[in-house]
Design a protein around this ligand. Structure first.
Ligand code: NAI
Ligand code: MG
Length: 355
């Protein structure tokens, strides 16, 4: 019997609403598969915890999480707690401490009706963005000088180490080779004359070890245009932390919105737990109303299953998302349905049992 130990951090707002549905799905799989089980331990961390305790997680939080195989997170963020605190003290802290240097974000259209791009189909929009997740523009390096004075200066430094750049690019080549797809690097070497020239060099250097992988290299501005005008040219994409953040929101925009976008924060060596989460935030505007779309969080479950070698189940979960999308009755209002979060989860489990 294989047991996957999962730490649950539902977080704030709709985070707990959608994580509950993801857990339902995992429990249904456990009931159907005699050789697989999941254990769940919930942690109450997030902004409400912050308002009570003055910190986003317990002092020994990282120590506590270390022993788990995976972290399943909803979302953090709450009016009254500055976003840079909730982001840096919980999410980014976990990503950094556990060296989750790979962010895997599928941009995959599951139903033609979901894309605002005229005449684009499921075949045209199907790629994987591999985003650098540990340094780059989000390294937190910089300075704030002469604060509030007329000569005020701020510096936000991009940090691109050889180790960090090489390992993400190598990961992407491996993925392209494994899945027999092309690899596209997205950078900006014309304007960012240190960091991105370096990035492009490393991309070429590492590529020499992968002569079987067909590669492309685009500037981020051109790539944004192509994602809209000709998304079919992308298969596996590797890019920096900031560019990856932005283009995957664009990716969400062409595949059905935030209610469907997911991302895995992965430590490929499994030295530390990896973290699975929907891309969306805590959505204070709809929190507590029971209308949040749980499908992004359920897609995270599919990524989790893939990561632990349960690709068969991962594919079944994705297939089930696909079938439920075909039925507007069974969707939440963001996808033009009338169902509640929990109803979608219940229907999902019914459908899953028939797969
Ligand atoms: P958001 O993703 O929470 O919401 C943006 C819009 O999309 C809202 O109109 C919301 O109702 C809608 N939406 C998002 N997820 C949805 C879902 N599952 N179903 C239906 N509609 C959905 O982003 P926003 O409003 O910029 O940020 C709100 C808070 O969340 C902030 O405090 C922010 O810092 C935090 N945040 C946290 C993230 C995380 O925990 N990974 C990521 C992004 C934002
Ligand atoms: Mg983002």
């Amino acid at each position: 019997m294989k047991t996957i130990n999962i730490a649950l951090i539902p977080g704030d707002g709709i985070g707990s609403e959608v994580v509950a549905e993801g857990v339902k799905v995992l429990q249904a799989i456990e009931a159907m598969d005699d050789s697989l089980s999941f254990s769940f331990t919930e942690f109450p961390w997030g902004c409400e915890y912050y308002l009570e305790h003055g910190k986003m997680m317990a002092d020994d939080g990282i120590e506590k999480l270390k022993s788990f195989d995976a972290i399943y997170l909803g979302a953090v963020g709450y009016p009254g707690v500055p976003d840079h605190i909730s982001l840096w003290d919980l999410l980014l802290r976990i990503r950094k401490e556990f060296d989750q240097y790979v962010n895997l974000r599928p941009v995959k259209l599951l139903n033609q009706s979901l894309t605002p791009l005229k005449s684009k189909t499921e075949e045209d929009i199907d790629f994987l963005v591999i985003r650098e997740n540990s340094e780059g523009e989000y390294a937190g390096a910089g300075d704030w000088l002469f604060k509030g004075k007329p000569e005020e200066v701020v510096l936000q430094t991009g940090v691109f180490s050889r180790k960090g750049t090489e390992r993400i690019i190598r990961y992407a080549y491996e993925e392209a080779r494994r899945s027999k797809r092309t690899l596209t690097s997205i950078s900006k070497g014309n304007a960012l004359n240190y960091s991105m020239v370096f990035w492009d060099e490393v991309f070429e250097e590492v590529g020499k070890e992968y002569p079987d992988v067909e590669t492309y290299s685009y500037l981020v501005d051109a790539a944004s245009l192509y994602m809209v005008s000709d998304p079919g040219r992308f298969e596996v994409v590797v890019t920096s932390n900031l560019f990856g953040d932005i283009i995957t929101d664009l990716g969400a925009g062409i595949t059905g919105g935030l209610g469907l976008a997911t991302g895995a924060n992965v430590n490929p060596e499994k030295e530390f737990p990896s973290m699975f989460e929907p891309v969306h935030g805590s959505a204070p505007d709809i929190a507590g109303k029971g209308v949040a779309n749980p499908l992004a969080a359920i897609w995270s479950v599919s990524q989790l299953l893939d990561f632990f070698g349960e690709e068969k189940w991962g594919a079944v979960v994705l297939e089930t998302i696909k079938s439920i999308i075909g039925d507007t009755e069974r969707l939440t209002p963001d996808l033009k349905g009338k169902a509640s979060t929990a109803e979608v989860g219940d229907w999902f489990v019914e459908l899953l049992k028939k797969k």
